[in-house]
Write a protein that binds this ligand. Structure first.
Ligand SMILES: Cc1ncc(C[n+]2csc(CCOP(=O)(O)OP(=O)(O)O)c2C)c(N)n1
Ligand SMILES: [Mg+2]
Length: 557
């Protein structure tokens, strides 16, 4: 049967099992929107900004493990997706973005609303396509989903000129995808896995250091098995939150710049780092030449280019985390003798406890602890970027993968709220809470309209400190208290929420914090909670940029 390019695209999305597409219309994507008008195989959510659509697709992907999809027009619509693509690329999130393009005969002519979006997004996508012939479209969509979701996942963009949307072709669904130059390695090398097991048995002070790769490959159970077999401490990155139960006795929490002091000291003193699905980012390692000087490294990662990029690796294992861990668990017959080490790590926990000093005003950490206490690990938490993000990472105790959604690699203010929207579309049965700052929330606040119009009942918690707090903290500590353009004004968030048809609640007293959170969760609507918190509270512990990660400032000890 002959179909237009637009219909072929929608039919392909349906066959890929797409449940929801986030997007925004415009001139060069009109034929596709015309077909969307009576296409009911999936839901379409009209956001209020294309950036919102990209982050929502990303949040949906993080919450579900499926590919997130967004759709925009050419030119400004397409360029508005760029931050969302870069964000997903940095955090290895499977996404397919589809953009309209001017007709093929006009490409390169500076036509109205033309942007070279494949050129612009080449460095921030895993792959991108410009479809010039409608006959290639179905195969291209199939390949885009395949590339986005396999190997180290990432965003893929398909640019679709107007004439290709209108052209007709026979619809043929390629059952199989084979791309000659693209063959990710899934099973780790057995010889390396055997060597890794031996190194673990010979170690005296091993530590597991895990990242987002555990979540991507659904390897949390296999990680738990390995961790309990070895009996060693487990630390995680920002992206690894939820990979390992926070309450587990072997947990030492997040490491790095705002990690726990005991996680940082533990990894610095270890003699073996077993890294799984983590990439030794500079926010984790601090000063590289001082990082864990006595440790050998086993590094399991699906992306060979991540291995030995930042630290020297003794045993590289290229493969999927889950498969590598299954093999390693089989190979590891007994535990190493590390009781002295465990006693030492327990001592570090007692010596450098996490905590904060109470003050008169509401403390942001306290609000997050109360969210944690009320939701008991049952909510999906998203964050914006700043101090509130780090407090959320420190004080939310996650035990399950895909329950903590945050912009790790790019650190994108404006991500958390639309991501919450996407997460709620993917996990409608769960409470979804976005922990935001007063600065970040203003970057995509317009999506309140999308939430209300589509009954996407997320809860937004603003930790309103009147500052671009994280930047202010650096100015206080490293720029002599000179607060250059970091005090920031906000609208009346309660009135603003109400004007969108959402519910707004302002909280200014400590005693009201818990009840307000409970109330917000009970209301069947999008709810914005505006907590007026201590203005100049700092995130501690902290490792100043470029320092070794045991050079920690702040904290209780
Ligand atoms: C799009 C973008 N612009 C600028 C920054 C730099 N930046 C990082 S944190 C931050 C302040 C965030 O302020 P707010 O949302 O109020 O959070 P707080 O730190 O006060 O909790 C800024 C400006 C960024 N990460 N992203
Ligand atoms: Mg702030």
């Amino acid at each position: 049967m002959k179909m237009t390019g637009s219909l072929i695209l929608l039919e392909c999305l349906k066959r890929e099992g797409v449940e929801v597409v986030f997007g925004y219309p415009g001139g060069q994507i009109l034929p596709t929107f015309d077909k969307l008008y009576d296409f009911n195989a999936f839901q379409f959510i009209l956001t209020r900004h294309e950036q919102g659509a990209a982050h929502a697709a990303d949040g949906y992907a993080r919450a579900t493990g499926k590919v997130g999809v967004c759709l925009a027009t050419s030119g400004p619509g397409a360029t508005n997706l760029v931050t969302g693509l870069a964000n997903a690329y940095m955090d290895s999130i499977p996404m397919v973005a589809i953009t309209g393009q001017v007709r093929t005969s006009l490409i390169g002519n500076d036509a109205f609303q033309e942007a070279d979006i494949t050129g612009i997004t080449r460095p921030v996508t895993k792959h991108n396509f410009l479809v010039k012939d409608v006959k290639d479209l179905a195969r291209t969509v199939r390949e885009a989903f395949y590339i986005a979701s396999t190997g180290r996942p990432g965003p893929v963009l398909i640019d679709l000129p107007m004439d290709v949307q209108n052209a007709e072709s026979e619809f043929e669904w390629p059952e199989e995808v084979k791309i000659r130059s693209y063959n990710p390695t899934y099973t780790g090398h057995m010889g390396q896995i055997k060597r890794a097991a031996k190194l673990i048995l010979d170690s005296k002070r091993p530590i597991l250091y895990v990242g987002g790769g555990i979540i991507t490959s659904s390897a949390a159970l296999e990680l738990l098995e390995l961790a309990e077999k070895i009996g060693c401490p487990v630390t995680w990155t920002l992206m690894g939150i939820g990979a390992f139960p926070a309450h587990h006795k072997q947990s030492v929490g997040m490491l790095g710049m705002h990690g726990t002091a005991y996680a940082n000291h533990s990894i610095m003193e270890s003699d073996l780092i077993i890294a799984v699905g983590a990439r030794f980012d500079d926010r984790v390692t601090g000063r590289l030449d001082a990082f864990a000087p006595g440790a050998k490294v086993i590094h399991i990662d699906i992306d060979p280019s991540s291995i030995s990029k930042n630290v020297k690796v003794e045993i590289p294992i290229v493969g999927d985390a889950k498969q590598a861990l299954i093999a390693l668990n089989k190979e590891l017959k007994h535990a190493p003798a590390i009781s002295e080490w465990l006693k030492h790590v327990d001592g570090l926990k007692k010596k450098y406890p996490m905590g904060y000093k109470d003050k008169d005003k509401i403390l942001p950490q306290y609000v997050i602890e109360q969210i944690d206490a009320v939701t008991k690990g049952d909510a999906v938490i998203t964050t914006e970027v700043g101090q509130h993000q780090m407090w959320a990472a420190q004080w939310i105790t996650c035990s399950k993968p895909r329950t903590f959604i945050t912009s790790g690699g790019l650190g994108t203010m404006g991500f958390g709220f639309p991501a919450a929207m996407g997460a709620k579309m993917g996990r409608p049965e769960k409470p979804v809470i976005c922990i935001a700052g007063d600065g970040s929330i203003q970057m995509n606040i317009q999506e309140l309209a999308t939430c209300v119009a589509n009954k996407i009942h997320v809860k937004i918690v603003i930790l309103n400190n009147g500052y671009l707090g994280m930047v202010r903290q650096w100015q206080e500590l490293f720029y002599k208290h000179r607060y250059s353009y970091t005090p920031i004004t906000s609208p009346d968030f309660v009135k603003l929420a109400e004007s969108y048809g959402a519910v707004g609640i302002r909280v200014t007293k400590k005693e009201e914090v818990r009840a307000a959170i409970e109330k917000a969760l009970a209301i069947e609507n999008t709810v914005l909670l505006d907590f007026h918190v201590e203005e100049e509270e700092n995130v501690f512990p902290m490792v100043p940029a470029g320092e070794a990660i045991n050079k920690i400032i702040g904290g209780l000890a």
